[in-house]
Write a protein of this length. Structure first.
Length: 393
């Protein structure tokens, strides 16, 4: 089945490039957690503020992003998101000079705002570029490049920060800032065709009416809740992966970073590609249900602290969770009775769940142990099972 019509190939390639950018940006946070714990002598719970601040930016900017994209179009939204990312990245320079955790957090908040706009624009755009029946498969394909960014992010940042020399966190972020600024200049000159649903994307409908229409849908509400729970699991596991590996005594920080990149996140990317292929042949809700059971079982095994069996469970989480975000996202927006851009903005508030999950896991890890903390993602994955069962009906 042709996932992307020929007339949309170029826009699909352009918009998919953005998935790499935020995959890279979000993945480096997992390395920053351990780096700031060592550099600033802070606890796991305190370092969780890195995720909390970044995803607070998502939460606060998501709805304004939907309004901006509705009024100005996808291209302008993309350019604004990239510009905010660049500003936040360059703020790491004064942050490092002052050695101020507060300035670093402010920079990450601005980056989070930029990423919220990018994801609010790119996720529904990729899903809408073709037959609605294949939207889940198409979004999974686009998200595969996100997986590549996730692989490279930790290993590149780890190379800067865990090399054993005087490490500069400002240098890699300055390089990112320059690259993203160039991308903003490119997108300011390209054309992205607007994809409209004639029956729903009415410019005359007020924002209040659109929001009211969306929230009347029970499936839309439960879709948002499920995506929130998924973000609790995915982001918190990534955030504490290096801490977990080090606590088990498997390897040093550099090796743990490489394992996160090429082992866990590499498996994540391959599973997402495989999932895109499977869902072009099997109903998305059936695949989602099977993956929810697999991921919940994996997290439960980690929480039981069973040695190598728990290690297998940890990697099972990455394999089975890979298709969850794009699948839940596509299923949720496929049935909305309102503006897709505004619907997307509500869905992009859900990464705040990652901040909640990381804080919860951090507190359990500090007070009990890091293995027990994995009960948090186990419960979160269970909500995905419930959602898939509801959608099957």
């Amino acid at each position: 089945m042709n996932l992307v019509p020929k007339k949309y190939i170029v826009p699909f390639i352009l918009i998919t490039s953005l998935f790499f950018i935020w995959g890279f940006a979000r993945a480096v946070l997992d390395v920053l957690n351990k780096h700031f714990q060592d550099m600033l002598s802070i606890s796991i719970t305190q370092s969780a503020m890195i995720q909390a601040t970044t995803y607070l930016g998502y939460f606060l900017m998501a709805l304004p992003a939907g309004i901006i994209i509705t009024r100005g179009g996808y291209r302008r939204g993309v350019v604004l998101g990239l510009c905010l990312f660049a500003v936040g990245a360059f703020m790491f320079i004064p942050g490092e000079r002052l050695m101020s955790f507060g300035v670093f957090l402010a920079a990450l908040f601005i980056i989070g705002c930029g990423l919220a706009i990018l994801e609010t624009a790119a996720n529904p755009y990729a899903a809408e570029l073709g037959d609605p029946a294949t939207s889940s498969s198409r979004l999974n394909l686009a998200q595969s490049l996100n997986g590549l960014g996730c692989i490279l992010g930790p290993v590149v940042m780890g190379g800067f920060l865990f090399s054993g020399k005087d490490s500069s966190v400002a240098l890699p972020y300055s390089i990112m800032g320059i690259a993203v600024a160039v991308a903003a200049a490119v997108f300011s000159r390209v054309s992205l065709p607007e994809i409209k649903r004639v029956e729903t994307d009415s410019q005359e409908e007020s924002l209040g009416t659109t929001i009211k229409s969306l929230w009347k849908s029970g499936l839309f509400r439960i879709g948002i809740l499920t995506l929130f729970c998924y973000e609790i699991a995915e982001i918190s596991i990534n955030s504490l992966f290096i801490n977990y590996v080090l606590s088990a005594g498997w390897m040093d920080k550099s090796a743990a970073t490489a394992l996160l990149s090429f082992g866990a996140l590499g498996l994540f990317m391959l599973a997402r590609i495989a999932g895109s292929w499977v869902m072009s042949r099997v109903a998305a809700v059936k695949v989602l249900l099977a993956c929810g059971i697999g991921a919940a079982s994996g997290a439960l095994l980690v929480s039981l602290n069973l040695g190598w069996i728990s290690a297998v469970g940890l990697f099972a989480c990455y394999a089975f969770e890979a298709i969850m975000f794009p699948t839940i996202f596509a299923l949720t927006i496929s049935g909305v009775k309102g503006n897709v851009k505004i619907a997307s903005s509500f869905l992009m508030m859900t990464p705040i769940g990652g901040a909640v999950g990381t804080l919860l896991m951090g507190m359990i890890a500090d007070r009990i142990d890091i293995s027990t903390a994995f009960i948090v993602p186990a419960i979160a994955y269970f909500s995905v099972i419930v959602y898939a069962m509801i959608r099957r009906k």
